[in-house]
Design a protein around this ligand. Structure first.
Ligand SMILES: *[C@@H]1O[C@H](CO)[C@@H](O)[C@H](O)[C@H]1NC(C)=O
Length: 538
């Protein structure tokens, strides 16, 4: 008998699961073991229904299907009743609950699963349990199935606080035999408090590693240095410039009239997850519309309906486009990530009947309340020719270089975030994340201000898109980093997982880029406004 204790991990705590029951049990009350998914260990997102493998169901049949929330449906959570008879605080000795009649096809299915390191996930009272399907011997000829699920459940008072699964009973897979599946349940008193029962899934030694602290410290030093540098250089040179410009009395070379079209819709950003994300996106639509509409009107844009549509649907279209594309592959693979048709319709309805009208209201308000041009100084109608300059002062080069420092300040955090999304870690150090976000904002703003300053110094007035893009180019580095991460830090394989990875990484990078771009643009426009206001007063 060889025991194989499996790691217990939490896939997702998203979604309001608490409404299913109160998490309290009377003695001998039924406890449901839900089977969720099965899939290759290295491809976290490639999951299939547990019963897509020819496992057999226990004899107990009563429970109806678990109802899903929108977020769970989008994530492919698919709970099915195991058929195991488990009662609160009632031990079960090893008992066979069903037999698999192993024909050739079933054996092949299991062999395929074992070869690909499949493991499955179950839930007891919302606590996730993971187990391995089977094992191959060293020379890869014989395959064995773990047939005995040994459950140890810890209880504290009338609540379940801990579950351990041990897989035993290795049975060789031979066609045309019967494989009995068995389970046992042992209840143990536990001191774990109900509120703390998820703590064992967290991994402090990973997230609180010295590297993590060190990177924060590092970025922090970079911020101090950058802010110091920016304020020093700018204070010195600005003073000179003020003097010069007030002599020349020529203050008209701020050409804000360029590139007005289709800029404003990129100045909105948000990011969260699934149900919450959809809700937050819809709820912030008026704000989006307001800022998009007013910025576009201030820049003198005329085709505001087009602007509003782009502003409202750019991000949803990007996300949904990627999701639907991956969905086709998921349907082809029969993966549990396939989004049900009803869910797709619901998401589309939210887009058209909630997000669009709210955006319309916001846009109209924005155009009317804050749509007047308010340039701090007179703007020339005719743009000036841009003088020749060195290659490294070209906007394209500045844009490419602009993203390096912001990326440098976040890439260690990216590693932790990626790992918690693509591998089996639960991200819980949101303090770190907020700190890094603040650092990212400061670095982005500093860098774009420096870029813009060089650009304007070279008498190039095209600072708006340049500031946006030089901040947004952070995302290109993040996307490049995601390639490195894929090839060197994970062992993902297969069309489904690969397209899932790169598709969603593209969405993530784009959203990050838009966020950085918006921050960079807002910081820079405040800066530009400031210097030109000062010029006028002098
Ligand atoms: C589960 O395993 C952990 C670690 O081996 C142990 O501390 C805990 O007491 C176990 N819980 C139960 C209910 O057996």
């Amino acid at each position: 008998m060889r025991a194989l204790t499996t790691t217990l991990l939490l896939l997702c705590m998203l979604g309001a699961r608490a409404d299913e029951h109160e998490h309290t049990y009377n003695d001998k009350e039924e406890v449901v073991l839900w089977m969720n998914t099965v899939g290759p260990y290295h491809n976290r997102q490639e999951t299939y229904k547990y019963f897509s493998l020819p496992f057999c169901v226990g004899t107990k049949k009563s429970i109806s299907h678990y109802h899903e929330t929108l977020g769970e449906a989008l994530q492919g959570v698919e709970l099915e009743f195991s058929g195991l008879d488990i009662k609160f605080k009632e031990d079960v000795m090893q008992a066979t609950y069903c037999e698999i009649e192993l024909d050739k096809a079933k054996r092949d299915a299991f062999v395929y699963a074992i070869k690909n390191h499949y493991w499955y996930q179950m839930y007891i009272d919302d606590l996730p349990i993971w187990g391995i399907v089977g094992e191959a011997d060293e020379n890869g000829e014989d395959y064995y199935l773990w047939t005995y699920k040994k459950l140890e459940i810890g209880f504290n008072g009338n609540r379940i606080v801990d579950v351990n699964l041990t897989s035993e009973g290795k049975v060789k897979l031979v066609p045309n035999t019967k494989v009995p599946m068995s389970y046992s349940v042992k209840w143990k008193k536990s001191d774990v408090r109900f509120e703390d029962r998820f703590d064992k899934y967290l991994d402090p030694s990973f997230f609180q590693h010295r590297i993590h602290w060190f990177s924060i410290f590092n970025s922090f030093m970079m911020v101090i240095f950058l802010v110091g540098l920016v304020s020093m250089i700018l204070m010195r040179t600005l003073r000179k410039d003020y003097a010069r410009y007030s002599k020349e009395e020529e203050m008209d070379d701020m050409h804000m009239d360029k590139h007005r079209c289709s800029f404003s819709q990129l100045i909105d950003w948000r990011g969260s997850m699934l149900s919450t994300a959809i809700f937050v996106y819809a709820a912030t639509s008026p704000v989006n519309g307001y800022f998009g509409g007013s910025l576009y009107a201030r820049q003198g844009g005329r085709r505001w309906i087009k602007q509003m549509f782009i502003g409202a649907f750019l991000i949803p279209a990007m996300v949904c486009g990627t999701a639907f594309f991956i969905n086709f592959i998921a349907i082809y693979y029969h993966a549990s990530r396939a989004i049900p048709f009803g869910t797709m319709v619901a998401v589309c309805c939210i887009c058209f009947f909630v997000i669009l009208p709210l955006n319309l209201v916001g846009t109209i308000l924005g155009r009317n309340l804050a749509g007047q041009p308010n340039f701090p100084c007179r703007v020339n109608a005719v743009p000036r020719p841009i003088p020749e300059k060195k290659w490294f002062m070209e906007p394209a080069v500045i844009v490419c270089l602009g993203g390096i420092l912001p990326f440098g300040s976040i890439f260690i955090e990216m590693y932790f975030i990626f790992t918690s999304f693509w591998a089996y870690k639960i991200y819980y150090v949101y303090g770190f994340m907020m700190l890094v976000l603040v650092i990212l904002c400061i670095v982005t703003v500093c860098v774009t201000i420096v870029c813009t300053y060089f650009l304007l110094n070279a008498e190039d007035y095209r600072w708006q898109w340049t500031s946006f893009l030089s901040a947004a180019s952070t995302a290109i580095y993040v996307y490049m980093y995601s390639f490195y991460y894929y090839f060197f830090k994970t062992k993902m394989y297969g069309l489904f997982q690969t397209s899932f990875y790169f598709g969603y990484m593209a969405v993530f990078s784009t959203a990050l880029g838009i966020m950085c771009g918006a921050i960079g643009y807002m910081g820079t426009s405040a800066f530009v406004r400031k210097i030109y206001t000062n010029v006028k007063i002098d």
